[in-house]
Design a protein around this ligand. Structure first.
Ligand code: CP
Ligand code: NVA
Length: 304
C-alpha cells in the first residue's frame, strides 16, 4: 500500500479531510472522557524544525505520546538539511529509524523532496506556502462552534500568507466562500486561487477593503503581518498593513454570530486588538487546543 503523506490540503478531497476530522473528534472525546487507546504504540515520529514553534511542536510531541508512541526533536544544527547532507539521503536514512517525519521549514519544494525519498509518511508542519495542520484544527473549531463547512462565508483580513493559502485550499475541498482583504503586493498565491476557480467548488474573492471582506462573514480570520523569515521587512509591513486590523469596528460588520480566529502567535495591537482577541467572539484558544486533536487525527491517518 502506498504511504500517506500530509503535504498540502490540495492533495485531499473532502472525504479524506472529513475522515481525519472525525478521527480527531473521536480522539478528543476519548481524551476528555479519560479513555486512552494506544494505536501508535512503538512508533516514533521525527520532528524537524527550521523555524520556531510553540503549538506545532507541543501538539505533535504530546499527540504521539498520547497515542502510545514517541517523538524525536531534531534541529537543523544536527542535520544540516541539504547542506551537511542531501535531502534524498536524509529522507532515506530517517525512514530506516522512524515511523514518520514531521517537518517545518521554508521551501515547500524541500518538504516535497523529503517526502519523495522517505519511505515513511511526511507531514508538513508549515512552509512559506502552506500550513495544512493548522487549517485542520481550524476546520474542527469552526464545526465545534456550530457552523456547517458548506455554508460559511470566511473573511481573511491581512497578509495573503501560508495560512491564507491553506484556507483557500480548504474552500476548494468544502465548497465554501472566502473573501480575502490583503494590501496590494500581499495577495495569496495566484495558483491556489486558480485551483479553486478551476474546481468549480468554493469561491475565492480578493478585495482591498477589509470592510468588504468582513461584511456578513461567519468566520473572521487574521494572522501576523510578518511571518517567520520576513523579520527584516517588519517595519515596512507595519506601515503597509496598518489598516488591515481586526478590531471592534470591523467585527461589527460581520454576522453577529461570527467567530474570530487566529492561528497564533498574535501581535496584539497590530493585526488584532486586545478587545477582539480577548472578546466573546474569539475562539483562539479552542483553535490552539484543537491543534493537538487535529494532529492526532493526522498522525492516525498517516501512521495508523
Ligand atoms: N499556529 C502555529 O503553528 O503555532 P506555532 O508556530 O507556535 O507552532
Ligand atoms: N504565517 C505565520 C504562521 C505562524 C504559525 C508564519 O508563517 O510565521
Amino acid at each position: 500500500m502506498a504511504k500517506i503523506d500530509f503535504l498540502s490540503l490540495l492533495d485531499f478531497e473532502r472525504a479524506g479531510l472529513d475522515e481525519i476530522l472525525e478521527k480527531a473528534a473521536r480522539l478528543k472525546a476519548e481524551l476528555r472522557a479519560g479513555r486512552r487507546s494506544e494505536p501508535l504504540r512503538g512508533q516514533v515520529l521525527g520532528v524537524i524544525f527550521h523555524k520556531p514553534s510553540l503549538r506545532t511542536r507541543i501538539s505533535f510531541e504530546v499527540g504521539m505520546q498520547q497515542l502510545g508512541g514517541g517523538s524525536l526533536y531534531i534541529t537543523d544544527q544536527e542535520i544540516g538539511f541539504g547542506k551537511r547532507e542531501a535531502i534524498k539521503d536524509i529522507g532515506a536514512v530517517m525512514s530506516r529509524f522512524l515511523s514518520g517525519i514531521m517537518i517545518r521549514t521554508f521551501a515547500q519544494s524541500h518538504v516535497d523532496e523529503l517526502a519523495r525519498w522517505a519511505s515513511v509518511p511526511v507531514i508538513n508542519g508549515l512552509t512559506d506556502w502552506v500550513h495544512p495542520c493548522q487549517i485542520m484544527a481550524d476546520l474542527m473549531t469552526v464545526r465545534e462552534h456550530g457552523f456547517d463547512l458548506d455554508a460559511i462565508r470566511v473573511a481573511w483580513i491581512g497578509d495573503g500568507n501560508n495560512v491564507a493559502n491553506t484556507w483557500i485550499h480548504a474552500a476548494r475541498a468544502y465548497g465554501f466562500e472566502i473573501t480575502l482583504a490583503c494590501p496590494a503586493g500581499h495577495d495569496p498565491d495566484p495558483e491556489s486561487v486558480a485551483r479553486v476557480q478551476q474546481s468549480g467548488r468554493g469561491k475565492v474573492t480578493l478585495v482591498r477593503d477589509p470592510r468588504e471582506a468582513a461584511r456578513g462573514a461567519q468566520v473572521v480570520i487574521t494572522d501576523t503581518w510578518t511571518s517567520m523569515g520576513q523579520e527584516a521587512e517588519a517595519q515596512e509591513r507595519r506601515r503597509q498593513f496598518a489598516s488591515y486590523q481586526v478590531n471592534r469596528e470591523l467585527l461589527k460588520l460581520a454576522d453577529p454570530r461570527a467567530i474570530v480566529m487566529h492561528c497564533l502567535p498574535a501581535h496584539r495591537g497590530e493585526e488584532i486588538t486586545d478587545d477582539v482577541i480577548d472578546g466573546p467572539q474569539s475562539v483562539v484558544y479552542d483553535e490552539a487546543e484543537n491543534r493537538l486533536h487535529a494532529q492526532k487525527g493526522i498522525l492516525l491517518h498517516c501512521l495508523g
